[in-house]
Design a binder for this molecule. Structure first.
Ligand SMILES: [Zn+2]
Ligand SMILES: [Zn+2]
Length: 115
């Protein structure tokens, strides 16, 4: 999940943590936070926050060619089956949404990237 940082005071909002004390439950993504929400530290509005870690390879423009050269592996969270992009020759992200684990039939969302 993403982290957004107040450019005014450096306060950071982590989507996975939320702000339970302010009625924002953990896992609330940035765009779902009400527009009237302000930085709890300095009172600045949402629109001055910036995504942390944005622009890995400079620019931050939404590139259309998102293909990385490195092939990754994905593990089924249900049965442990490993999907190896190199072996299969197809990027995991390019698999159809209705693709399921060949071992247990779990759907794509069960899979996690293996480093
Ligand atoms: Zn702030
Ligand atoms: Zn599986």
């Amino acid at each position: 999940m993403a982290e957004f940082v107040c450019t005014m005071c450096g306060f950071s909002y982590r989507e996975e943590r939320g702000r339970p004390g302010e009625g924002i439950s953990p896992g609330t993504v940035w765009k779902e936070i009400p527009g009237g929400w302000v930085c709890p530290m300095c009172g600045s509005p949402k629109n001055i926050f910036r995504l942390r870690g944005d622009g890995r390879s400079g620019g931050g423009a939404d590139g259309t060619s998102d293909r990385r050269d490195t092939m990754a592996k994905y593990e089924c969270g249900n049965c442990g089956y490993i999907y190896d992009e190199e072996k299969e020759g197809v990027k995991f992200a390019d698999l159809p949404d209705d693709w399921v684990c060949p071992e247990c039939g779990a759907d794509k969302s069960e899979f996690e990237l293996v480093e």
